[in-house]
Design a protein around this ligand. Structure first.
Ligand code: 9UX
Length: 72
């Protein structure tokens, strides 16, 4: 089903960073929408639980060199 995950993302220092994270998350199969806030250092991701896990979302962010944690 469709779920929303929120991630704390640390290390983003400019809007190019947050745009890169957003683009990477949007490219993950099963993600229907990702919005990243530079100011809040957070990502909000709408995704299909049948296609992708929260752990894979974290990995997509970490692959860019940022640290990510799943928020409650
Ligand atoms: Mo520019 Mo943001 O190299 O880290 S993308 S500062």
């Amino acid at each position: 089903g469709r779920h929303v995950a929120r991630l704390q993302v640390s290390g983003m220092t400019c809007s190019s960073c947050s745009s890169a994270v957003e683009t990477a998350l949007d490219a993950v199969p099963g993600v229907s929408n990702a919005v990243v806030s530079l100011i809040q250092q957070q990502a909000r991701i709408e995704y299909d639980t049948a296609a992708v896990t929260p752990e894979e979302l974290l990995e997509a962010v970490e692959a860019l060199g940022f640290e990510a944690k799943l928020l409650g």
